[in-house]
Design a protein around this ligand. Sequence first.
Ligand code: SF4
Ligand code: SF4
Length: 502
Amino acid sequence: MVAELEHRTSLVDKLLAEQAQLGTAVEQFSDWHDRGSHDEPLQARHYRSLIPMVRPKAGEQYAFEVNLDQCTGCKACVAACHSLNGLDDDESWRDVGLLVGDVYIPYQQTVTTACHHCVEPACSNGCPVLAYAKDEETGIVRHLDDQCIGCSYCILKCPYDVPKFNKKRGIVRKCDMCHQRLAVGEAPACVQSCPNGAIAIRIVNVSETVAAATSDASTTPTSTYSSGGHLLPDTVSSGYTRPSTRYISSKPVPDTAMAVNAATPPVEHTHGPLVIMLVLTQFAAGTFLFAQSNALVTWIGTAIASLGIGASIAHLGQPLKAWRCFLGLRRSWLSREIVAFGGFPPAGAAAALGFIPSWWVAVIGYVCVFCSVMVYVDTRRPFWQMSQTLPKFFGTGLVLGGALGACFGLVAPGLVLAFTVVKLVLELLYLSRDEEQHTRTKRLLLGPLKVWHFSRFALGMTGAALMLHAPVAGLLVLLAGEILERVIFFRGGAAWRMPGHA
Ligand code: SF4
Ligand code: SF4
């Protein structure tokens, strides 16, 4: 009996002793986590060093850092971004391209690229409805999908071809640095998926980023590529948006390197509704300029302005939200243009009813046209510089408004002929520009757009000649010529791009 009691006691003691060594469930989980679990992604211990473990302090922000030495162009980052963000089939927020040298400096380098979460984001500064937000703490530039009206202006503004229009949703979308993952210490999809750890998130000092972006120095003391204030060779000057991304490489990147497809730039989007809107509103402004308060002509001018403004609605992916376009008035030329055009047809009607003289409406019309000019100048596309856009937009008003005036005997047909010839000569002179930045557009004008370009001049000359004998026919031919000029304006307006963007 005593022996049996002793045996039971020792068993209980043994069990108690064993239990004392087990530790709590929390301790066990902590141990398991520290040892690394089999459920954790195999790459976890690698990518932990690729993201910061602390949040940015005041004056700092997150930025992509791409180690070119490590990028093999495998596109795992592109696939992971697509999959993790649930993108549609034809959507991509990250691209991989190829930089190549020339015959004198052979060079080849794959480049992965996405949004550069710029210090001065052009996309955000141009948006008429404030559908972008730069996070004050992290510096991540986020697109607010539910605010977007799908006007695509941010696509024209971003010099890195980052925001992408999603036809199905009628809005634009772009990379947000997987901010929700970063907020809980997880790596963005591209960072996590790269088998070579070529992409990292770093914390950068905003003042230093701005200084590097605006520096003319040909090299920096570090291995960061920053030649003459460009993110990479053959990209827009970084002084425009102050991109935060850093490309680093142990090999020097030749300044003469170019995207492999630089010699064959893509023909840009036509933007049909914008072509109609611009030509008709400029036609209307010119009509009021020569109307001499003729009631019929001012009514025609009002109708043309209304048609033009109506056409612009077809350009929007979310037209029902367009009433909010005044929100960006302080910084967006597009917002100013839309608001200004809102007063144009009512002013025209007031002139037609005899309340105000038609030249007042001409002044309002040309203020609107000036806003249109600035919408395109502000994109920094070389073909849309002030010296090109202003004469084109103001000239269209003079040519078409003058031609309509000639049909009513208010303008001498010879004057219309002179306007047209001057405008055509100015357009032709563009081909003599020899700055490097105009190469892509000139390649388009003399390549895939050659026939369009020739037809535009043929229509202009024919319309001008017809004005002398058959003004109505002349007006119609000139109108066709101006529409073609504007199609070329959009299709030939070669965008700045990063390597990898078609
Ligand atoms: S890269 Fe383009 S889309 Fe991204 S923040 Fe800069 S301007 Fe905006
Ligand atoms: S409203 Fe226009 S500019 Fe703003 S985000 Fe949408 S498409 Fe871009």
